[in-house]
Design a protein. Structure first.
Length: 595
């Protein structure tokens, strides 16, 4: 009962905030039209944590103009305007918005029987005010808006209706809350988000780069990023072998017939790169790994005794994304997917789904993610496969989620056309939710590729197939990982685990000897031998977020020890070199999250 009550209160708060934010967007639009006569207004909805409004302005504006707009908004709020709703006919609406091309376009597209409403911000004396075409809802009066609880955040360009062939508009983003305390907390949250931004940390820690001149959305992994990938990929391979998987490697290109058979050319062509002609045949770079795994399956006949087959691949795929949505590691055009396909009998499907889910949860907990929620996506329109198979598949997914005690929501109609799925969303250290794991049924490709196995009765039957990505793509996974830890990774993942820092040049040889001993234990070590002062070296290593800094001088050299400083400024008791080597190696091998 208390959970339902809490949920109800949360929903009410969210609805109230959405109403406030939508109202503030209208106030902002009026302020902009006051300050910049001739402005044409487009749309201004509330969004998560705020609102925006799109304008066609008579002049370009920048971030320096936001304070003037905010000041004008506060004047409007202080005027204690009423938000008054009026239903109008289509012709009345056209007359009211004559000269507003974007509003007129929206009016023309409304269904013939649609009720058209206008919200007007009237003066306290009932005088007419600025009006907008809108369904609402809005607050009753601007006095319900705290003028110290909103802030304009940024300006961006946005195509009208998201169509790059339509006019480019100016979009102003803002945030609004019930009170100044909530606004202050949100701005502090944004500061923390900025500190953890994987694009900034990726550059500061020398993990990766993107070279637009050579191709947008393509990641270049530097030595430090490469070390992290090797650590994660080695763990990934070890865990897959332990869980009964075999690891495959498949080509990066395939003839067009492969993608025609799989259905990708029919359903996914706009996200595939243009073909290249080789020996008079069209070849495509792969957007998916699954057709290649199916060809390996069909390379020989299979019996029910062979199943289940669990085949995994760290396969690099290429998918076209518009340049406007590319975002660091989180949205790219080339990425390595931690892909796997499970091919099994109908009788095995329930236990296989449960094992995949358990495996996924185990993997995420190793990386420090414990707040995980499942979403069950059901049959969409235009799907393929018999209803009985959809029902069985969805039931298997639900039983697996229930068995693990996971909180879940139904995503009605959210499945792919070829089967239902489980999506797992994780929460990071800042409470942000990320969709990562997917466990996806496929009734389509076994049919298209005529996959069969010989059952115990000697009959050829169709196997079930499950697509599964635990981490998603490695690029996106690392983007989330960097922001979750703020770059301060656990020892086993950290690109640099230990820095040996001599207090003076006299002790460089001792520092090099320690570094060599630690490297022999497969630890990632650097000896800081440049001419910088000791404090500068320590500060640099802290900025590089190296877990352990070993400071060595005369005392340490005489005693064969190291002084141990942690990246957060804490210190451990001095240890013999061999003792510390064993300590650090154990932290790395045990995948400990704490230093």
């Amino acid at each position: 009962m208390s959970d339902a009550l809490d949920k109800s209160k949360e929903n009410q708060k969210n609805e109230k905030l959405a109403t406030i934010r939508h109202s503030v967007s209208h106030i902002m639009a009026e302020a902009v039209t006051r300050l910049f006569p001739g402005t044409k207004v487009a749309i201004g909805p509330s969004i998560e944590n705020g609102f925006y409004y799109d304008f066609q302005l008579p002049k370009s504006i920048g971030a320096e103009d936001l304070s003037a707009i905010e000041a004008e908004m506060k004047k409007i709020i202080d005027e204690k305007r009423d938000f008054v709703r009026t239903a109008v006919s289509r012709e009345e609406a056209k007359q009211r918005f004559a000269g507003e091309p974007f509003k007129l376009e929206l009016i023309e597209e409304l269904p013939a029987d649609a009720e058209i409403s206008i919200y007007e911000q009237k003066g306290s004396d009932g005088s007419s005010g600025w009006a907008d075409l809108c369904r609402g809802p809005h607050v009753l009066n601007t006095r319900e808006i705290n003028s110290a609880a909103f802030k304009l955040m940024s300006i961006a360009g946005a195509y009208w209706r998201g169509d790059e062939n339509r006019p480019m508009l100016t979009r102003i983003y803002g945030t609004a809350w019930e009170n100044p305390k909530e606004l202050k907390a949100y701005l502090a949250f944004l500061e923390e988000v900025e500190k953890r931004d994987h694009r900034r940390l990726g550059k500061e820690m020398d993990l990766y780069s993107i070279h637009e001149e050579a191709g947008a959305g393509l990641i270049y992994w530097h030595p430090n990023g490469g070390r992290m990938r090797v650590a994660v990929e080695n763990f990934w391979r070890t865990e897959h072998y332990r869980n009964g998987y075999e690891i495959l490697y498949t080509p990066h290109i395939g003839k067009s017939w492969l993608w025609e058979t799989s259905g990708h050319l029919g359903f996914y062509k706009e996200n595939m790169y243009s073909p290249m002609e080789i020996d008079g045949q069209d070849y495509y770079v792969k957007p998916m790994n699954c057709p290649f795994h199916i060809l390996i399956y069909k390379n020989k006949g299979h019996s029910y005794r062979d199943l289940p087959l669990r085949w995994a691949e760290l396969g690099t795929v290429y998918r076209y994304e518009r340049s406007g949505v590319l975002h660091g590691l989180l949205r790219v055009r080339g990425f390595t997917q931690d892909d796997a396909h499970i091919i099994c009998t109908p009788e095995q499907i329930e236990s296989e789904i449960l094992e995949v889910l358990r495996f996924s949860l185990k993997m995420w907990k190793v990386f420090g993610f414990k707040d995980i929620k499942a979403y069950l996506a059901t049959k969409p329109e235009g799907s393929v496969g018999e209803q009985s198979r959809w029902d069985q598949a969805l039931d298997s997914l639900r039983k697996a989620v229930d068995a693990e005690g996971l909180e879940y929501e139904m995503d009605e109609g959210g499945g792919a056309f070829y089967g239902p799925k489980i999506d797992l969303k994780i929460k990071d250290a800042l409470g942000r939710e990320w969709q990562m794991t997917t466990i996806q049924f496929d009734f389509n490709e076994p049919e298209r590729f005529d996959m069969t196995y010989v059952d115990a009765d000697g009959q050829h039957k169709r196997p079930y197939m499950v697509h599964r990505a635990l981490l998603g793509s490695l690029e996106r996974f690392f983007g989330v990982l960097i922001e979750h830890f703020g770059g301060a990774f656990p020892v086993w993942i950290a690109p640099e685990q230990i820095a040996v820092i001599p207090v003076a040049e006299t002790f460089n040889d001792y520092a090099k000897k320690i570094a060599a001993e630690l490297k022999a234990r497969d630890l990632r070590v650097s000896a800081e031998l440049d001419d910088s002062r000791l404090n500068a070296k320590i500060r640099d290593c802290q900025n590089r977020k190296i877990p352990y800094m070993l400071v060595v001088g005369q005392k340490e050299m005489d005693e064969g020890t190291v002084s141990i400083r942690l990246r957060d400024g804490r210190q451990l008791p001095a240890m013999k070199v061999g003792e510390f080597a064993a300590y650090a190696a154990d932290k790395a091998a045990s995948q400990a999250l704490e230093l």
